[in-house]
Design a protein around this ligand. Sequence first.
Ligand code: PMP
Length: 439
Amino acid sequence: AQSSKPLTFERSAEEIRRNAQWIAGGVNSNFRLNISPTPLVFEKAEGPYLFDVDGNKLIDYYLGMGPMILGHNPKALTDAVTEQMQHGILFGGQSKVEVEAARLVCEMVPSAERMRFASSGSEADQAALRLARAATGRQVIIKFEGHYHGWFDNVLWSTAPPLDAAGPADKPVPFAGSKGQLPQSVEGLEVLPWNDLALLQQRLAKGDVAGVIMEATMCNAGAIHPAPGYLEGVREACTKAGTILIFDEVITGFRLGAGGAQAHFGVKPDLSTFGKAIANGFPVAAIAGRADLLDMFVSGGVVHGGTYNSQPLSMAATVATLKSLTPELYATIGRNGTRLMEGMRAVFDKAGVKAVVTGYPQIFHVAFGLDAPARDYRDLARSDKKAYVAFTTALLQRGVRALERGAWFLSVTHDEAVIDATLAAVDGAVGELKGRGIL
Ligand code: PMP
């Protein structure tokens, strides 16, 4: 992926401009807009690589925004889906393959006594909130600043608020993420700063909170670790208050390890939601947890639907993915991800660049201008984001594609050679940005 001449992306830019006459903005998600130098158009993908319409071969750390833990186009998965294709695409009923997928989820996830499939993380989160409210007969859900739980009205609050409109740190003012969002949709939602146990304990003590939803370790905005004892304290406070604890494991599930963040930290939520790595790129999500809560879909009057839930092709992809998630796979990603994180720290140190690289070998982030790793969203929001965008742009011109906002995702196909090529690009990008006075 190394090249002495910067890669160019003119064909992508041209196509995006042309495609905008049919597709709003030339992209099908707002999170793919405003990418520097242009949103890209791809022709194919293989292992750790993407191939775009300009003929560039890029090392990919987006990984489809997280799902592709096995890398692009793994044979076990494409074979399984091709085979399922011979038997049917959608039954409007049950199939053997979905039972196998569900059994694997329940075996792998510590808190999963029972589960249901959905088609996106956003939907799975909605199902979890509905269960929490129905089970407790209470309304209030607590979410945390900088945590993302999908794009629907009732949760798209304070996901990335500008600090000057976010209110006091210990009492954030809910900030709407989108125009057109029903202002009343914030009713029944309260926003707190994450990693502050005392504030949460205080709020829960009133006894009127239905559920607490959080990323058990922040990943969507950037990888931030829970403070020692925080998750255990949250668990205890929720139990005491009769509040349902929901871990949004859409990113961490099957990525931080086979049992997700809950296994990694040894803390059991009542409900958790999954997506992304569960099916290596197929549109699959899940809600899992206590049997008595999930059974409210059966006899508790709680509705959960979805035409495409447990669609057989996606279920074949789920089974193939989950069966591939061996201890060896996590060891490989652990080794190579650590090599990348440490290598990046060495490049920054050598160049005298103030940067923190935090998170996990499977998912980490880089922030410039911070003295110490961020503890919460507001810390992270104070990092030098302009420099970071210049960094990812300089990397892209050197054949490395990393998210402009958020985390680096690794797959099992990012081997030592790929990591070393990435580190050479990081070294080059840092040299360029120092020369331009940006870093
Ligand atoms: N929760 C988290 C933590 C996420 O990162 C995302 C997606 N980025 C979602 C929920 C929503 O998932 P989806 O995009 O599949 O609706």
